[in-house]
Design a binder for this molecule. Sequence first.
Ligand SMILES: [Zn+2]
Length: 251
Amino acid sequence: MRLILHGTGAGIPSAARCASALTATFGDGSVVLFDAGEGAAQAMLRDGVDLSQITTVAISHTHADHWCGLPGLLTAFAVAKRKSPLTVLAHPAALAFLQQAALHSHLFPERLSFAIEWRPLATFALPDDWRCLPIPNTHLQRVESFAEQAGVCPTAVSFLLEKNGVASVCLSQDLGSQEDLRGKLSGCQLLVCESAHVNLESVVAMAEAAGVRRVVFTHIPPDLLTFPASTATVQVLPATDGYSLQVVISH
Ligand SMILES: [Zn+2]
């Protein structure tokens, strides 16, 4: 599985970093997109992704920097007269909203050359014996009651990627704090961690205690310039847009 971080910026717009978008490419060439911040389609093209190979888009939560690129991506598919179906996974309240965003972009199902399956986010299978588990975290806890009252998406999730049933890669997406990672990293070899709502040193210490070999920091605010050093057992890497890594897991 190849992971590419197309957008390593945080919610604050940055000239140097795009908004959140990360792809996983599998042995059969299929691509799964995790979050679609604004400009996701352009960022993926820049990084050499064949957009037609995207089978699934999973949205962690509905902060604008995680979904705004979806209507643009769907428009790109429509213009290219895509044939293969696409699955969009999100919280049920978010699905209704994202469907409306597509309709308001004049992407009418009757006129599209491809089908979109809007499916509530739950564990889903991936090629090459991978599986993705959405794990709720506390990122939206402070606004949960407002969100529930307004009928909008009240929860955010991290994505745990299992290979042959063993947790192997954690994509934190946005967190409430590093405490959301506690107990989730056991067995993971790689942690792709956001940088805007966590204590970076604590994340590295937690990763080290869990046996994680590599921490890649993403979702980086413009003013964040210093990162913890690698330790004897954990390689620490602040990512830049287009950062790509091959994930090889042997279980
Ligand atoms: Zn967020």
